[in-house]
Design a protein around this ligand. Structure first.
Ligand SMILES: [Zn+2]
Length: 235
């Protein structure tokens, strides 16, 4: 709000959408695409190899006969992934593809501790809200083929994606609370917006002290082709 951003309609909270996610998982169960997994992280990661986003799950619980015995604990639920290339054309990055079987492995949709995985929640939310375009940071590029696969399994449309470059510090880490980025100074809203416009290769904006006016101007001058494709080092 301080920077003039607005949103459509009521805010939907993932913490209140258990029924939507449960119904989504149920559909995948009915289709025979998911299976329960009792492996602890320590169990399955020992000896696993690294893929595109952490360790590749080895499919130990994929076949009921090989599943370790239940110990009265709730299982996680994983989805079987196909051994084929899933690719898409990103509005900023261009072509991006993964083979989920080799790069990711069967991934978790519902965690053993009862929390819904991001991949399932975001696909269910986008489909339910009729989202057609997704613009987000490049830290989520690696998740996109998993989300496209879920959309295919659920027979919902795949939105258009555009993954914006991240701002990184001198060590190449994403600027975030985790890497101790300082808070934004709300007294410098106009300068900060202008700084971001420069990162996005927008032309110089006219003088104004209203952030909303600056945003309107930026929308009118937005050019996806000028957005840098790779991370930007910010001082
Ligand atoms: Zn398992």
């Amino acid at each position: 709000e301080a920077f003039g951003f607005e949103w459509d309609g009521e805010v939907a909270y993932q913490s209140r959408r258990y029924a939507l996610y449960e119904e989504t998982l149920c559909r995948l169960k009915t289709a025979g695409l998911v299976y329960p997994c009792h492996c602890s992280r320590k169990d399955w990661q020992a000896g696993a190899r690294r893929g595109a986003d952490g360790f590749v799950y080895n499919g130990r619980c994929r076949h009921p006969g090989q599943r370790p015995a239940l110990q009265g604990k709730q299982p996680a639920w994983r989805i079987r992934v196909p051994d084929r290339i899933i690719g898409f054309s990103d509005g900023i990055v261009g072509s991006y593809a993964q083979n989920l079987a080799g790069d990711i492995g069967d991934f978790v949709l519902l965690r053993a501790d009862g929390y819904w995985a991001y991949q399932l929640a975001v696909v269910a939310d986008d489909a339910e809200q009729g989202v057609t375009h997704i613009v987000r940071g490049q830290d989520l590029l690696v998740s996109t083929p998993r989300q496209i696969y879920l959309q295919q399994c659920l027979d919902v449309p795949t939105p258009q994606y555009a993954h914006l470059p991240l701002l990184t510090n001198a060590q190449g880490q994403k600027w975030s609370k985790q890497t101790l980025a300082p808070a934004l100074d709300l007294n410098r809203r106009e300068q900060l917006l202008r700084q971001v416009f420069r990162y996005l290769n927008l032309p110089e904006a006219p003088e104004t002290d209203r952030p909303a006016e600056l945003l309107d101007w930026a929308v009118a001058h937005w050019d996806m082709d000028k957005v840098p494709k790779h991370a930007i080092t910010a001082p």
